[in-house]
Design a protein around this ligand. Structure first.
Ligand code: EPU
Length: 416
């Protein structure tokens, strides 16, 4: 297992290229199951979660070649079973359920368990597929779904669910008749999937709003598509600029996806300017405390909650961070406290009292975004911070220590 050793205190300066979005790439790779042919996806980030979904596609009999440009040939799908060994390492494996069922008439997908950020059920995915005519049974830890031909219907999601909306949108693409998704997720990754499916020949309207209408088609065809930039990776480097009082220019980012975050960071005091689609972020103190509440898009993203909390740890005054999406997503708090942060958690709220300094110490990553928040803390903490269990970070950040070193950080990866 690797760990990161960070010697804090350097102001980060320079340019960083933002990678393709993990949470857009994963559903797009799964969507290839709908096509009988070879799809080419570019700007694929090199991440552990991408390796996992490729392994899963291969288990299903799909041929996958390449790395940052993937050629995914789903001419033949030989299996409809997504095994526990892969699903347990990545919950997003559930994304194969909808397309497998639509293509094969059956799917057997291991039921994802809880994870470090909460229980994370998939009941809304299953309820929607049932309303489209599927029979769903739970057998020895597996979701067993069957339906010769899914039929379009009205689906109302009790909660806005990102992968739920994506799964049902993919299933509905090959269903008979029209499916209307109400209270659908509006995240840019959902819109990206819809636009790729439309290129494949799907009939989809309304993606990016909370009502998506999908008129089923008999076939879809392979495409070439470039994955959009990762808004959470971009946000993490924006916080890195702020916390180190640095000056970082983000290349290849989509500014419109970052509005809620930009608004908050400017409120704290970061100077953010856009030029030719690039974002320059300058962290010049004094910063002001603020309150943050996570919400579905276009609200403040839960995937940036841990990172902004780290920044608020060093801002004079009290800030209140409320997590409404995954109510237990505060595993980073205990570790940030080990570095000297003053944070109190009450229910789904964290009260952060700014301190003058953080001090390096060994800390342990517990999930992807929590890991990123600890790396950010390490960049500014006095002395050495050792972040262990870096495999969490590798799930969603491409070569983070390399990108940070190029910006001037004193950070190294070592074997534990
Ligand atoms: N929920 C249910 N039932 C369901 C589905 C969701 O109760 O059937 C609840 C969840 O427990 C949660 C809320 O609905 O409280 C929203 O969850 P959602 O389904 O939107 O989350 P997800 O689709 O599992 C995706 C991202 C997450 C991101 C969330 C929220 C992917 C692959 N994952 O998860 O990304 O936090 O949306 O924006 O797109 C990450 O990248 O670090 C990450 C965790």
């Amino acid at each position: 297992m690797d760990k990161l050793i960070i010697n804090g205190g350097t102001r980060l300066k320079g340019e960083v290229k933002i990678s393709g979005a993990k949470n857009a790439a994963l559903p797009l790779i799964a969507a290839c199951l709908l096509t009988e042919g070879c799809t080419t996806l570019s700007n694929i980030p090199t991440l552990r979660d991408i390796i996992t979904i490729i392994k899963l596609m291969e288990k299903l009999g799909v041929e996958v070649k390449g790395k940052d440009i993937l050629k995914i040939d789903a001419s033949q799908v030989r299996s409809y079973r997504a095994p526990y060994e892969l699903v347990k390492t990545m919950r997003a494996s559930i994304l194969v359920l909808g397309p497998l069922l639509a293509r094969m008439g059956r799917a057997k997908v291991s039921l994802p368990g809880g994870c470090a950020i909460g229980p994370r059920p998939v009941n809304l995915h299953l309820k929607a597929l049932e309303s489209m005519g599927a029979t769903i049974k739970l057998e020895r830890g597996y979701i067993v779904a069957e339906c010769k031909k899914l039929r379009g219907t009205r689906v109302y999601f009790d909660l806005s669910t990102v992968t739920g909306t994506e799964n049902i949108m993919m299933a509905a693409t090959l269903a008979q008749g029209t499916t209307v998704l109400e209270n659908a997720a509006k995240e840019p990754e959902v819109e990206e999937l819809a636009s790729a499916l439309k290129k494949m020949g799907a009939h989809i309207e309304g993606a990016g709003t909370d009502v998506i209408t999908i008129e089923g088609v008999a076939h879809v065809h392979p495409i070439e598509h470039t994955i959009m930039p990762d808004r959470i990776e971009a946000g993490t480097y924006m916080v890195a600029a702020g916390i180190t009082q640095g000056d970082i220019t983000l290349l290849n980012c989509n500014v419109t996806h970052l509005n809620a975050l930009i608004e908050k960071l400017e409120e704290i005091g970061l100077k953010i300017t856009e030029k030719n689609g690039n974002l320059r972020v300058v962290g010049t103190t004094p910063f002001k405390s603020t309150d943050v509440k996570t919400l579905p898009y276009p609200g403040f993203p839960t995937d940036m909650q841990a990172q902004i909390m780290t920044l608020l740890c060093l801002v004079e005054g009290s800030s209140i961070v409320t997590e409404t999406i995954f109510k237990d997503r505060f595993m980073h708090v205990g570790e940030l406290r080990r570095l000297g942060a003053d944070i109190r958690v009450e229910g789904n709220t964290a009260i952060v009292n700014g301190v003058k300094k953080l001090y390096g110490a060994p800390v342990m990553a517990t999930d992807l975004r929590a890991s990123a928040s600890l790396v950010l803390a390490g960049l500014v903490a006095e002395g050495v911070t050792e972040v262990s269990r870096v495999y969490h970070l590798d799930r969603g950040y491409e070569r983070m220590e390399v990108k940070l070193s190029q910006l001037g950080a004193d950070i190294q990866r070592v074997k534990e």
